[in-house]
Design a binder for this molecule. Structure first.
Ligand code: 2AL
Length: 236
């Protein structure tokens, strides 16, 4: 099977981290194709960034058996499900669900504090707000996460000491390469959503399952789109 892992920001360096995390868990017989969005923001750390990342994500939802949206805001997830032939899983939803299998409560460790509201919104949407003990921020911008291992480690350590959490969810795809080491060092399961979502998509495809498209996730109705978004019009 082919799983396409879409980095919704335009940073190829972050795509390399994402690709490795997906490859590390893919089964023999699964091909991972990690792609960098071809339009939109360099990093996603505001509602504005997130809204404008969605066309770039949707442009990549083609040509695979299943898809991972590898940004912790799960941008464009519902729309991608309307378009895709195979299952689509976001890294926040996969990581939060994985955390719910591993304990009663989890803390999310994110980048900037301004992204915490989105993490709470998603925990609520996925029915996991009761399990979300806290959303903590390292106050590291997304594109500096690769250089901020110490700050992320410290925030995870504080979460384990103070939040009464059983697991920690990493709140940025750029933190994917830290999960295994932090799990050992902190002594709690530390979950990377890229690995969790890749495995979830692999499971769904293996089970022969795809998004139910009879109702809300039916293909979007054809209509003209105007201006710079004209190319996004769904053809009849
Ligand atoms: C993210 C992420 O995963 N990718 C990105 O550009 N921003 N998440 C975040 N909390 O800032």
């Amino acid at each position: 099977m082919l799983i396409k892992v879409v980095n919704p920001n335009t940073s190829p360096d972050m795509t390399a981290v994402i690709e490795q995390a997906a490859l590390d868990v893919a089964a023999p017989g699964t091909t991972v194709k990690a792609v960098t969005s071809r339009m939109g923001p360099a990093s996603i750390e505001s509602h504005y960034d997130e809204a404008l990342s969605v066309p770039g994500v949707l442009a990549e939802i083609t040509g695979a058996d299943g898809y991972v949206i590898a940004c912790f805001g799960d941008p464009g997830l519902d729309a991608a499900r309307e378009l895709a032939d195979g299952p689509v899983v976001g890294i926040a939803e996969a990581a939060m669900h994985a955390a719910s299998f591993l304990g009663r409560g989890f803390t999310v460790v994110t980048t900037l504090a301004r992204t915490a509201g989105r993490a709470w919104d998603l925990a609520d949407r996925y029915g996991l707000a009761r399990q979300c003990r806290r959303v903590r921020a390292c106050e590291v911008p997304v594109l500096e996460v690769a250089l901020a291992e110490k700050a992320v480690t410290e925030e995870c350590r504080t979460a384990a000491a103070q939040d009464g959490c059983d697991a920690i969810v990493l709140g940025c795809a750029g933190m994917a390469d830290l999960a295994a080491r932090l799990t050992v060092e902190i002594g709690l399961p530390v979950i990377d959503g890229v690995a969790a979502a890749t495995l979830q998509v692999q499971s769904l495809v293996t089970m022969g399952l795809r998004t139910g498209s009879r109702h809300e996730y039916a293909p979007p109705p054809p209509k003209p789109y105007t201006g710079r978004l004209a190319d996004f019009a769904v053809q009849p």
